[in-house]
Design a protein around this ligand. Structure first.
Ligand SMILES: Cc1cc2nc3c(=O)[nH]c(=O)nc-3n(C[C@H](O)[C@H](O)[C@H](O)COP(=O)(O)OP(=O)(O)OC[C@H]3O[C@@H](n4cnc5c(N)ncnc54)[C@H](O)[C@@H]3O)c2cc1C
Length: 233
């Protein structure tokens, strides 16, 4: 029988649960170490929790340093007396935030005994699902009639594919506009993308490529070239 506390052993990467749910052995010398994180954004907070949970470091030995008056970085927030808890911008989460959900299953709920924050988020979505009756508006409140269609021309689709496949190094300093062109910028795909992720046409093409990789599973359905769709523009 191998002791779960014997020799330190690096967990192998695998895509399944076999290694994902194994409790890591306590790293050698962790009790003599301290950790410092620069910045109090999600990356530092998540890193600190994983260090406590998986690295088994005492939380008192972890210091997070922040230069801004409000902690939280891009996800800062504050409690305002008459408005409640306020954060800037809406937040979209999805079911493949593997690290986040793994993290949240370890954080106990403040309000529901025995539940985790993952449980709370999951059941909130079951009990009080939210959806949009209109995806995008323009002209001060008129629905943008995109008709749930991407309306990508053959050329726009080819350029999008090329961006998806491009080497990251080749995209340094390049813009979305420069890589994807006018036909793409006129498509409903861009309208949806831009309003979902807050993109501008002068933003980084590399950033767009990385987001495409990250969220491609949300691009649902058959993407037909405009030329094959009857009555397309
Ligand atoms: C309006 C808005 C909406 C968003 N919506 C979503 C969404 O729906 N879904 C989603 O997944 N993501 C969303 N994001 C992105 C997400 O919030 C960020 O990717 C994430 O919060 C970044 O975390 P981070 O820790 O990597 O960096 P940051 O949050 O940028 O944290 C870095 C921290 O380090 C501090 N810092 C930097 N240098 C120093 C220094 N030298 N000394 C001390 N402190 C320093 C900064 O002040 C900052 O607090 C959104 C972002 C914004 C702004």
């Amino acid at each position: 029988m191998v002791s779960p506390t014997s020799t330190h052993y690096t967990l192998p990467f695998s895509s399944g649960n076999f290694s994902a749910f194994v409790k890591p052995r306590k790293p050698d010398g962790v009790d003599e170490k301290k950790a410092y994180f620069i910045g109090s954004g999600l990356a530092s907070l998540a890193g600190a929790v994983f260090l406590i949970r998986d690295g088994q470091m005492d939380g008192k030995k972890i210091t997070i340093m922040e230069m801004d008056p409000i902690p939280g970085g891009a996800l800062d927030g504050m409690k305002e007396q008459n408005r409640g808890f306020v954060i800037r911008g809406g937040r979209e989460l999805e079911n493949h935030y593997e690290c986040l959900w793994d993290l949240f299953r370890s954080i106990p709920s403040l309000e529901v005994p025995g539940a985790s924050v993952l449980d709370e988020v999951f059941y909130l979505n079951k009990d009080d699902p939210n959806y949009s009756r209109c995806r995008v508006t323009h002209n001060r409140g008129e629905p943008a009639k995109a008709g749930n269609r991407f309306d990508l021309t053959d050329e726009a689709m080819n350029k999008l594919r090329d961006l998806f496949m491009a080497n990251s190094e080749d995209l340094e300093g390049k813009t979305i506009e420069g890589e994807l062109g006018e036909e793409f910028l006129e498509s409903n795909f861009w309208l949806y993308w831009q309003t979902m992720f807050g993109y501008e046409k002068w933003h980084s093409a590399l950033e767009m490529k990385l987001y495409l990789h990250r969220f491609i599973h949300h691009v649902k359905g058959e993407v037909l070239p405009v030329s094959t769709v009857p009555n397309a523009r």
